[in-house]
Each structure stands twice: as structure tokens, then as C-alpha cells.
Ligand binder design. Structure first.
Ligand SMILES: Nc1nc2c(c(=O)[nH]1)N[C@H]1C(S)=C(S)[C@@H](COP(=O)(O)O)O[C@H]1N2
Ligand SMILES: [Mo]
Length: 372
């Protein structure tokens, strides 16, 4: 069993697949803390978790002149200043289960929890690339490609890439992280070193990082080329051509209600609705609108959390709204967020349906009844 060496996990997680391990925190707990505790942070593994001996770990960085830089964990920690960033990671498949209710899609049935937030600590990718001899800027199209230590049975590693400009930009805060919420990275989250690309789809934040290379082409990995792309609702598995769509990088604006849960019976009196909202590319969430009547009338939720520097809102906003509710009524709670570019979420799922069930960002709807 290639998964026999996987680490133990928290029993409270909602498991979408055991081998490879894919799990999300229960929705009620998701927005209880601004920083998701490590053992509840959602996990998406495509392959078995590699066992890494920290003392023999080396990160290989292919330099510009054909040479390679090899860094031990101790060197990564000591040669580069430690930089800390609070960032939310979201899988492109978050909320996929709502999309499959419109029409079946291929992929794990994530509920609203394929998203979590941590304080990451590590070396800036920028500092490591500059140290390896790369320049601040390169003319033309270049990509920074990452490979993980996890590989499929044919030996192909997990891989992904990001544009060179993002990797080098001091304002983009891309990390080679070795700490998560003040402790070493847990095995499920990439021990000993992972990439963290704030504001970008989780798939590019490569875990168990073994190699960094700069290339005129995007990563040749299956997950860069033939997955994690969006298509029109008219495209099906007979007609899809993955070469025609760009790889997902920055994600669109997203929000969801974490409390109450669908189908709940809530007591009359004061009801507190809670949730999260986040947008990609460092775009701050500027407002969350909440409706209790399916979207006919709206109220503005209270946003919680610290204000981020402009264009660097990497972490989610948690929000709350307390409203009076009457016994015997049925509520259809809806939330929708607005980001700093005034991007909004689409009102329904069908027009954004896609065969892989990614980018599921329609208004989140939760039906509850008010009962004594
Ligand atoms: N090496 C490696 N990195 C990986 C993955 C993987 O399977 N292998 N999964 C990716 C995907 S699709 C996501 S959404 C994030 C999830 O990170 P997490 O498990 O720490 O939440 O890791 C990304 N990095
Ligand atoms: Mo993902």
C-alpha cells in the first residue's frame, strides 16, 4: 500500500478521499478562528505523502548558467531572512458539490471547506532566486516551475508553475515556507518545505518541494497542463481541449455561509449568520451582502479582521450578521462578497458550470427553518 506511510489525521475532518488523503474542516468550525489550526487545515493530496528525513533534505534550484544550487533545510533557514505572511489557500474545487447538483462533474465532492488560513514563515522565493543568480526581470515569457517529492507510479512528480514576475515581485510575498502557524510544517502540508503563493489557486503552492527551475514554458505537469483550467458549460469530456484555456492562477471572489448549516432548525429570536469571504490576487473583500429571503432583500454583514496593505489582502475576511427571526418561518440565507475591484459573485451555478467543477463561486444559499 503506497499510502501506508501517510501521517495520522484529526478524526473530526470531513474526508472526501482516504487514499490519497483529501479532507476539509467541518463547516461549523471553519470560521471560528481567523487562523485555521494546523490539524484542521484542509488537505489536498494527489499522491502518497513522501517521508522526508530533514537532515538529508536538499532543495535543488537550477541556476541561470546551467549550475545548480543545493540548499539544506538549515541553509534555507540561515542564509535568507525569515519572512512571514498570513495567507488563505483555496483549492480550485472548493464548493464543487454544489456544481455537481446542476450536472455531474469529475472531481472530489468538496463542500465549502477546501479553504483555510495560516501564518506561513519561510524564505522569500525572490531572495532564493536572486541568490541563485537570476535577475529582477527577464524579457519575454518565463515561468518558475516547482516539483514535489511526491510522484505517481510512473515517476512523474507533482508539479506546477507561476509566472516569473510574480515569483520575483517583493509585493507578491511568494514564500518557500518551512513554518505554519508557528510550528514546522505538518507532513500533510508539505514538510519540510512548501511553496506558498498568496492570492493564487492552491494547486500552485507545491508541497514537499524538491526542485525549482526557470523555464520559458509553464510546468509540464499534468496539474498545470491538463487540470485546473476553466471551460464553458458547453464543453464536455468529448470536446474538451485543455490547450485552449489558461491555467488558473489568481482566483475569483468567493464567500460562503459557515453557520447555520443547510437544513438546520434554528430557534426564534436572534440569529447570527457567520461565514468567510476571500478574493484572489490580493484583492481585499470590501463588503459582504447577506439575504434571508433568497436574495430579494439584503443586509450588509460586519467584516472582521485586520486591514491589509493595498493589493496584499492575502487572507480571508470572516463576517457576521445578527438578525431577528420569527418562529414558523423558512429562511433562504444567501451571501455574496464584493472585492476591491468591485468584482462580484455570479448569482447561480448553471451559467458557470464546467466539467471539472472548478471555480464554483455562485452565491452561497442555505435553507433553514425557524422553530421553537
Ligand atoms: N507536492 C504536492 N503539492 C501540492 C499538492 C500535491 O498533491 N502534491 N496539492 C496541491 C493542491 S491541488 C492544493 S489545493 C494545495 C493544498 O494544500 P494543503 O493540503 O496544505 O491544504 O496543495 C497543492 N500542492
Ligand atoms: Mo487543489
Amino acid at each position: 500500500d503506497p499510502f501506508a506511510g501517510d501521517p495520522p489525521r484529526h478524526p473530526g475532518l470531513r474526508v472526501n478521499s482516504q487514499k490519497p488523503f483529501n479532507a476539509e474542516p467541518p463547516a461549523e468550525l471553519l470560521a471560528e478562528r481567523f487562523l485555521t489550526p494546523n490539524e484542521l487545515f484542509f488537505t489536498q493530496n494527489h499522491l502518497p505523502v513522501p517521508a522526508v528525513e530533514p537532515s538529508s533534505y536538499r532543495l535543488r534550484v537550477d541556476g541561470p548558467g546551467g549550475g545548480t544550487l543545493s540548499l539544506s533545510l538549515a541553509e534555507l533557514r540561515s542564509r535568507f531572512p525569515k519572512h512571514e505572511v498570513t495567507a488563505t489557500l483555496q483549492c480550485a474545487g472548493n464548493r464543487r458539490s454544489e456544481m455537481s447538483r446542476v450536472r455531474p462533474v469529475k472531481g472530489l465532492p468538496w463542500d465549502i471547506g477546501a479553504i483555510s488560513t495560516a501564518r506561513w514563515g519561510g524564505a522569500r522565493l525572490r531572495d532564493v532566486l536572486l541568490h541563485a543568480g537570476f535577475p529582477e526581470e527577464l524579457q519575454g515569457e518565463w515561468h518558475v516551475c516547482f516539483e514535489g517529492l511526491d510522484a505517481d507510479p510512473g515517476g512523474a512528480p507533482y508539479g506546477a508553475s507561476i509566472p516569473y514576475g510574480r515569483a520575483l515581485s517583493p509585493a507578491a510575498d511568494v514564500l518557500l515556507a518551512y513554518e505554519m502557524n508557528g510550528t514546522e510544517l505538518p507532513r500533510d502540508h508539505g514538510f519540510p518545505v512548501r511553496v506558498v503563493v498568496p492570492g493564487v489557486v492552491g494547486a500552485r503552492s507545491v508541497k514537499w518541494l524538491r526542485r525549482v527551475a526557470v523555464s520559458p514554458d509553464e510546468s509540464p505537469s499534468h496539474w498545470q497542463q491538463n487540470d485546473y483550467k476553466g471551460f464553458s458549460p458547453c464543453v464536455d469530456w468529448d470536446t474538451v481541449d485543455y490547450r485552449t484555456a489558461p491555467a488558473i492562477q489568481e482566483l475569483p471572489v468567493q464567500s460562503a455561509v459557515t453557520q447555520p448549516r443547510p437544513g438546520a432548525a434554528v430557534p426564534p429570536g436572534e440569529l447570527t449568520v457567520k461565514g468567510y469571504a476571500w478574493s484572489g490576487g490580493g484583492r481585499e473583500v470590501v463588503r459582504v451582502d447577506v439575504s434571508l429571503d433568497g436574495g430579494r432583500t439584503w443586509k450588509v454583514a460586519r467584516l472582521m479582521g485586520d486591514k491589509a496593505p493595498p493589493g496584499r489582502a492575502w487572507a480571508w475576511a470572516l463576517w457576521e450578521l445578527t438578525v431577528p427571526v420569527e418562529a414558523g418561518t423558512e429562511l433562504e440565507i444567501v451571501c455574496k462578497a464584493v472585492d476591491s475591484s468591485y468584482n462580484v459573485q455570479p448569482d447561480s451555478v448553471a451559467p458557470i458550470w464546467n466539467l471539472r467543477g472548478v471555480l464554483s463561486t455562485a452565491w452561497h444559499r442555505v435553507r433553514v427553518s425557524v422553530q421553537d
